[in-house]
Design a protein around this ligand. Structure first.
Ligand code: ATP
Length: 319
């Protein structure tokens, strides 16, 4: 069992009129990427602000790495990209990072080495030496990411990290987050970009009107069987029928692009569990088809999100 990094019990913030978030109990392990989803005003930022110690809970409790939220020990290992960031526009990106390095007590020589690396990593590069007032929103967001990563935190809170980015920028940030996850960092992601959540996160929770409506792995939450796509050569309908009979699985040919001048075909199989894919592939090969590519199909989290929040008003309240 991995170390528990975030633990909350009945964590509540009441701004009055029922606004804020109520009785949130969550446990997130080391190395996990957790997606927090919800309509505008559902309470996502409020929850994160309590965890990083920016606001005091009204009730309940929480720990980060076993230390009470808000304490210096809990804050030491975290990086935070707020949703509404504003950096000193008269400074350069590099100077903003130097300021943040000083604020977190980082050694000057270490900061000097780390900052240019970070500017590259978040895709600012040489623009990191321009003044912030010349930055687009997307560049400011990249600078915010660099600030969040400055102290090489074990736990990252990212509130809508790609909201100001264009599709290329989003793709780059996605790759960066994937790399951070591979390095073993724990990531708590607030996002409206369901695709990002789906690609990165192990588990998701949907927040509605300040409360968790549902929580689990993306597959569990969608209550959907894992679907796999397999590109094969030497396809024959008879073989497909045989495979269906033998395995009892739903397998069908689908219309996905194949390489130019290839006579291959994509099949899609609905499995009971991911572990069956090796068995299915071995049967396909045994039947004389050539196996070219195998990939897991995307889960339609977007559809789930729309369904889950339909019938809610903009604050996530039932209408
Ligand atoms: N400082 C505050 N004082 C009073 N009410 C607040 C305060 N901050 C947030 N709220 C209210 O609490 C609710 C939750 O806000 P919060 O910003 O946490 O939602 P969110 O899910 O992050 O929304 P969004 O996706 O729009 O950022 C909203 O109704 C908001 O108006």
């Amino acid at each position: 069992m991995s170390q528990t990094v975030i633990e909350t019990r009945q964590l509540t913030k009441d701004y009055g009129n029922g606004r804020g978030c109520r009785q949130i109990t969550l446990s997130i392990g080391a190395g996990e990427a957790f997606g927090f989803l919800g309509p505008n005003g559902a309470g996502k930022s409020t929850f994160v602000k309590m965890l990083v110690g920016l606001i005091q809970p009204t009730a309940g409790s929480g720990t980060l790495f076993g230390e009470p939220i808000g304490s210096l020990a809990a804050r030491r290992e975290i990086g935070y990209l707020p949703e509404l960031y504003r950096y000193q526009e008269w400074l350069t990106g590099e100077e903003v990072l130097i300021l943040h390095a000083k604020l977190c007590g980082m050694d000057r020589l270490h900061a000097k080495k780390r900052i240019p690396q970070l500017l590259e990593e978040v895709g600012l590069g040489k623009r990191g030496y321009d003044r912030v007032k010349r930055y687009s929103k997307g560049m400011q967001q990249r600078l915010g990411l660099a600030c969040a990563l400055l102290n090489d935190p074990k736990l990252l809170f990212l509130d809508e990290p790609a909201s100001a980015l264009d599709p290329v920028g989003r793709h780059e940030v996605r790759l960066l987050l994937k790399r951070l996850k591979e390095q073993g960092k724990t990531i708590f992601l607030n996002s409206h970009l369901l695709e990002d959540v789906e690609l990165l996160c192990d588990r998701v929770a949907l927040l509605n009107n300040g409360q968790i409506l549902t929580e689990g792995s993306v597959t569990e939450v969608l209550q959907e069987k894992p679907r796999w796509q397999i590109r094969v050569g030497g396809f024959a309908q008879l073989t497909l029928n045989w495979l269906q009979e033998q395995t009892g699985l739903q397998i069908r040919a689908i219309n996905l692009a194949v390489p130019h001048e290839s006579d291959s075909v994509w099949l899609e199989a609905e499995l009971e569990e991911d572990e069956q894919i090796g068995w299915l592939n071995s049967l396909i090969i045994e039947q004389g088809m050539t196996l070219y590519e195998v990939k897991k199909a995307k889960t339609p989290l977007d559809e789930w999100f729309i369904q889950a929040v339909s019938g809610l008003n903009h604050r996530g309240e039932r209408v």
